[in-house]
Design a protein around this ligand. Structure first.
Ligand SMILES: Nc1ncnc2c1ncn2[C@@H]1O[C@H](COP(=O)(O)OP(=O)(O)O)[C@@H](O)[C@H]1O
Ligand SMILES: [Mg+2]
Length: 203
């Protein structure tokens, strides 16, 4: 089973991924937790370019190709072998992030973005995607409290993050079977309860 988490920065993806991993392990599953971008040697190099080199003037199309390049290797070398081994794989961001950030956020041609993002999955579509829905202001507030340094995307203006939030909701409406919208405004444990109850009905 392949599970992905999506949502704006600060929406609680990393927190909820870990809690879901614990839950599924307690139910006897072998679980691998991973994230995008940045898996493996190549992924780390790509992640560094797209998120950490703040002085680089990266064309949105270049950014799109880099995220997709990162994903191809991640799917082929990490995710697929584990799924074939019977594990549950939980991924913090996946191709919906590309569609939403590069399509809705950077406003590249949505058709092109979707074609490339889909191709980058090598046809591996998640069984379920949890979209952590949270007002942008609250996400940014949580980021301020977190001690991690911000990356190139976090530093985008408020309007950019609004486009992302709305883009996610549009995509969820187009993919109601796969993308489950979770109210992420509650305490972490309550958010996790919503996720676990949906997981129970899927498993
Ligand atoms: N439900 C919640 N309520 C309040 N704070 C939260 C909640 N979930 C996570 N946090 C905190 O908010 C910050 C961002 O959460 P995180 O899981 O890192 O989000 P993301 O991975 O989506 O950016 C962290 O400091 C985290 O401890
Ligand atoms: Mg995170």
């Amino acid at each position: 089973m392949f599970i992905t988490f999506e949502g704006i920065e600060g929406s609680g993806k990393s927190t909820q991924c870990k809690l879901l991993k614990e839950y599924l392990e307690s139910r006897g599953h072998n679980v691998s937790l991973t994230r995008e971008p940045g898996w493996g040697t190549m992924g780390k190099l790509i992640r560094h370019i797209i998120l950490e080199e703040k002085e680089l003037d990266i064309h949105p199309l270049t950014e799109l190709y880099l995220f997709c390049a990162d994903r191809v290797q991640h799917v082929k070398d990490f995710i697929t072998p584990r799924l074939e081994n019977g594990e549950v794989v939980i991924c913090d961001r996946y191709f919906d992030s590309t569609i939403v950030y590069q399509g809705y956020g950077r406003q590249l041609d949505l058709y092109t973005v979707k074609k490339l993002a889909e191709a980058s999955t090598l046809d591996l579509v998640p069984d379920v995607t949890f979209l952590l829905n949270l007002p942008v202001r609250e996400g940014l507030r949580r980021l301020d409290l977190r001690d991690e340094t911000t990356n190139r995307m976090d530093e985008e203006p408020m309007e950019f993050h609004e486009l992302i939030r709305q883009g996610y909701i549009s995509e969820a409406t187009l993919n109601t079977n796969r993308i489950k919208i979770i109210n992420a405004s509650h305490e972490a444990d309550d958010v996790q309860k919503q996720i676990r109850s949906l997981m129970d009905s899927i498993l």
